[in-house]
Unconditional design. Structure first.
Length: 251
């Protein structure tokens, strides 16, 4: 009887879910129409409205990025391309448009990091947190099943060797998962949104200006103090900027 009521509830909710999906699809198509007809300001507002409703699809952020390129808002375009990559990290179209937009920036920063840091970031950018977490759970499952099978069948020597291999795999994917967590949560990506952003030696307007950055530059947020964030650039420069001058790449 309980299953019957659960099924009945699900059937009652299904039309609502289907209706919401239809509304989202219709709104997305209207935004695409505005973009194709050259009404980029309207298209941007329509895409942004979808995002504000907590509708997060890579296609929406990708099209929003293209719209902001047309409007000349390069920092907003780069921010949305970066968000699209968070959801679809192996999409070559997003990567190409992001690279093209960065080429339009007046201010650029040289990447002077060590090769292994660049390689690590490049590899981690190609996978999502959900994907790596699924792999970790899969390896743990295989490890546990192997141990149980070895215990039940008495083939301990065979499964001990197999378990050692799986354990090494578990450590490897665990390290990758840890790196992804650091990349996503501890050292957070952000984009400079202002035409000119001043980075200071301390979290106050009374502190001296350390350097200046232009819009669209990617920085890494490593610390926060109320209205200020300490950011790190790929060339090694570090300073404090106002939170209103940057936008974190987060969904």
């Amino acid at each position: 009887m309980r299953r019957f009521f659960v099924l009945l509830f699900g059937l009652c909710c299904m039309p609502v879910a289907l209706g919401a999906t239809a509304d989202i699809k219709s709104a997305f198509q209207e935004a695409n129409t505005s973009y194709r007809t050259g009404d980029y300001a309207k298209a941007a507002a329509q895409y942004e409205n979808l995002v504000q409703q907590n509708i997060h699809f890579s296609a929406i952020y990708y099209d929003l990025g293209n719209t902001y390129v047309r409007l000349g808002h390069l920092s907003k375009a780069i921010l949305n391309f970066e968000k699209a990559l968070r959801l679809d990290p192996r999409n070559n179209d997003i990567r190409h448009n992001l690279s093209y937009t960065r080429g339009l920036l007046e201010y650029r920063v040289e990447d002077s990091r060590n090769w292994y840091l660049k390689a690590s970031e490049h590899i981690l950018k190609y996978i999502t947190e959900e994907e790596i977490n699924s792999v970790v759970l899969g390896v743990i499952f295989v490890f546990l099943v192997g141990g149980i099978f070895g215990f039940v069948t008495g083939r301990g020597s065979f499964w001990s060797a197999w378990q050692r291999f799986v354990f090494i795999m578990l450590l490897s994917v665990g390290l990758v998962a840890f790196g992804k967590q650091v990349q996503s949560n501890l050292i957070r990506d952000a984009i400079v949104m202002q035409k000119e952003c001043e980075a200071r030696y301390g979290p106050s307007e009374h502190d001296q200006v350390a350097f200046r950055m232009g819009e669209g530059i990617k920085v890494f947020v490593v610390d926060r103090r109320e209205d200020w964030s300490r950011v790190l650039l790929t060339n090694g420069d570090s300073g404090w900027v106002k939170n209103t001058d940057i936008a974190e790449v987060k969904i």
